[in-house]
Ligand binder design. Sequence first.
Ligand code: DC
Length: 654
Amino acid sequence: MAAERNTDIVVVGGGAAGFMSALAAAESGAKVIIADKAKRPLMKLRISGKGRCNLTNNCTDEEFFDNIFRGAKFLRSAESRFGPAEIMSFFEGLGVPLKTERGRRVFPVSDKASDVAEALIRESERFGIMILGTEVRKVLTDGKEVTGVETSAGRIRCRAVVLATGGRSYPGTGSTGDGYRMARELGHTVTDTFPALVSLRCREDWCSEAEGLSLRNVVLTCSEGKKTLFSEMGEMLFTKDGISGPLALTLSSVIAGRDLSKLRTAVDLKPSLDRDMLDKRVLRDMNSMSNKEFKNSLGDLLPKSLIPVIVRLSGIMPEKKVNSITSEERSRLVDLLKKLPLTICGDGGWNEAIVTAGGIDTKEIDPRTMESKLVKGLYLAGEILDADGATGGYNLTIAFSTGHTAGTAAAKRIMEGDKPAPAADRAGTKDTMNAIAIDGPAGAGKSSIAKRLARELGYIYVDTGALYRAIGLSAIRSGIDVHDRAAVIGLLAGIDVDLAYVDGEQKVLLCGEDVSGEIRTEPVSMAASAVSALPEVREFLLDLQRELARKNNVVMDGRDIGTVVLPDAGCKIFLTASPEERAMRRYKELRDKGMDAVYEAVLEDLKKRDYDDSHREIAPLRLADDGIEVDTTEMDLEESVNAVLKIAKERLGI
Ligand code: DC
């Protein structure tokens, strides 16, 4: 039995949409795990907007939808709930001051995308969202509804999954398109995907001569047959094999998936002058420099690197004197300036694409909730959807807006309890009435008494401290600092802790290795105490403990058995003794084992552990409301066992 986790919602993908959905769900009260195979979450967000993160666009609804290429209708509902205004106040609320720049683009005042990423991570920590560096391989269902996910480190049971794995763009940041496969396995249609907001390659060799040249206020036009697909004024850039810059990126999204051989593309270098006016202007220029050679006459009209290109394309002899240029030749020149042809033959590919065009067919998704119409409890958000927009913060707006909608709806599904919780979640609340929970500080005699009790009653004894010790040992072996939360969380993703019973004896298995002996040292005790204060560690071990109690009659000892693990246990004992007495017992135990112990040091360690265990924020050591305290300071083992046995029999009616 591997440690199987349990939660309300698993968000697959730790990007912008994933984090927003996790936060929205957690804020609504759901227990959330984000699983992402990438070592570091929010990688793409961190490099977005050239590292400045253009997180939304401060625009009206109408302007927003004017800038959406695919999925505008589908996005209406989500955008109206959580659109640019809400996104801005959300981040301001997280302590990230924002500013609006040209084109209504919104950035953090600090110009640091990492501030946006860190704010999201901080907020997730505040809500206790667990971030697992684990690959999700499959979404599990019972045919109709989500029941969990299969990860590289075991299963996680849950009642809702948000698939927010991103698209195919920037594979270097972890976007590999796994989500499409998982959605397809669940019956979803994935439309063809294409790189979008990407540079374009052109057949014209001369592009390389103009490489690096940026043109402002030009008009780029693209048509297919008689239909104009795109015609916008703005900025574009020549690259060694084509064009880039805002106009080219936008054009790439417009033509994504089209047959490039049918497109006609051209740049108007002088859009402020119509053909006639430009002709007059060229004529005037020529008259004023009639003795110059043609190649030297274009300095006022064109940027330097474009002059040889235009001269060549015009077919006019470069050395020809301007005053001998024919009107037909001039007309050819004017045509070129108004309509410099480009033949698009490809794009910069996934490594360069800012976003993905195409994805999960939005017809199969409820636009009000982002829930799949095919599988209940499955939600889809962000770039995985067949929805995309222009540069300027529109795509992050789509991610935040659909993420927020999905997270809120998923939490609502959980909170409204439209389905009883999966079996493991009910463990500890229904099926564990026979269990005996023994909590108390170290050295109170829990394990000796619990073992005897188990033998007398035919129960199995579960020493939960051993589980925390196994994680403590694993941390020591890996050389990580047990107080470094992120490191411990990272450790959890790669380990497996389990219990086995051999001749009635409990064995602790760390990744299959029996570590029952090795966990009984003082350094491991201290490490166990430290890691046990982390919610992620407690969560990691919770299902295993509950599962054992559900399947067996157990005497389970620990610190939070009666309060957290088995709140419905029929008998809850809180065993205690004075610190001095407990230290003396531990000291004698160590001496008996031939270890070199000093009483004062044992007492000091024990007091520190007492303090830590009862003052930690999560599941602190305390007497359960319906627990019974048994003080064994003045009792020997036999007396203690009898006292506890009497209570257990009374409580359980056995
Ligand atoms: O019972 P023990 O000394 O073997 O436990 C080792 C540590 O694990 C102890 O410092 C507290 C922690 N622990 C816990 O937090 N919750 C439990 N149920 C059991 C142990």
